[in-house]
Design a binder for this molecule. Structure first.
Ligand SMILES: Cc1cc2nc3c(=O)[nH]c(=O)nc-3n(C[C@H](O)[C@H](O)[C@H](O)COP(=O)(O)O)c2cc1C
Length: 270
């Protein structure tokens, strides 16, 4: 280990509050909150008929300015990429596969301190929350259900939230899985530590945070493919933001969950 600092998460925010621009922090919270979904109060739906027609013509297409002066052809064969997958097996996952997925996607290289995905200023303001939604979801283990954070130095998952039956039902309802209870026993929640995101780069730090979520989600997607175990994932933004963050044991004002990504063994033939 060269320039590795120890895990300072126990007291890292003591100094931060003195350095933070509180006005900017409030603005960032407000801006973030302007995009949240709230139960029974979402101004996106219903989509108009005109919009639905437009969507039909524009999904799976690129926006290409048509004022190009020449064209260079690529000598490649079109291939099938691993795309999103929505049907997962409920069978327990092997501990080896689970550990490998979490470490390879979100872990650190102990020599450099780096992770698989880049982060502006090496601050890593996005906390990947690991949801295990079934007590026996990993072979040989029990009592697993809960929301965990990954300690990349201790190489352990720390459970930050357990649910009573009533709370769990509430949690599922704010995940908004409509007709399904859950898609998989496993999901990641990407939570933005807003203070950490903006302290150095100000407004631009919020942009960096959203970029980092994208990089992390893609890191997980690529890792699942590379494991060659028939694993898949899909991203999900149809949740009730503040309720979900609260029911994950976190403060929605300070560290809002901004994307969910389900993953697991793919159901064959789906
Ligand atoms: C930020 C983000 C949010 C998404 N939210 C949802 C969602 O709420 N529900 C859903 O079914 N799919 C969601 N998706 C998945 C997209 O629908 C999917 O990627 C798209 O249809 C393209 O399909 P493919 O990934 O299989 O190529 C989301 C994807 C991203 C990147």
């Amino acid at each position: 280990m060269n320039n590795i600092k120890k895990n300072i998460s126990k007291y890292w925010d003591y100094q931060l509050d003195n350095l933070l621009d509180q006005e900017l922090f409030n603005q960032t919270i407000k801006f973030h909150q302007s995009g949240v979904y709230k139960r029974k109060n979402c101004d996106v739906f219903p989509y108009s008929r005109e919009l639905l027609t437009w969507l039909k013509n524009n999904e799976f297409s690129d926006n290409i300015p048509n004022h190009f002066s020449s064209e260079l052809k690529l000598e490649v064969k079109a291939k099938k990429f691993q795309n999103s997958h929505r049907d997962f097996l409920g069978d327990p996952m092997s501990k080896k596969d689970f550990d490998s997925i979490i470490y390879n996607s979100f872990g650190r290289d102990f020599d450099s301190g780096s992770k698989r995905y880049p982060s502006a200023g090496a601050l890593y303001p996005i906390v990947p929350l690991i949801y295990i939604l079934e007590n026996n979801a990993i072979e040989g283990l029990s009592n697993l259900r809960g929301c965990y954070v990954f300690d990349t130095y201790a190489l352990s998952l720390k459970k930050i939230k357990e649910w009573s039956t009533e709370e769990f039902n509430d949690f599922l309802s704010v995940l908004n899985t409509s007709n399904k209870q859950i898609y998989s026993n496993f999901a990641i929640g990407y939570a933005i530590d807003l203070k950490k995101a903006i302290i150095k780069y100000k407004q631009r730090g919020y942009r960096h945070a959203l970029i980092e979520i994208g990089l992390m989600a893609q890191a997980l997607r690529e890792v699942l493919v590379s494991e060659k175990k028939g694993l898949g994932e899909f991203c999900w933004s149809g949740f009730d933001d503040n309720a979900l963050t609260y029911l994950s044991g976190l403060n929605p004002r300070l560290i809002p969950i901004s994307l969910i990504q389900w993953f697991g063994y793919k159901m064959k033939g789906k």
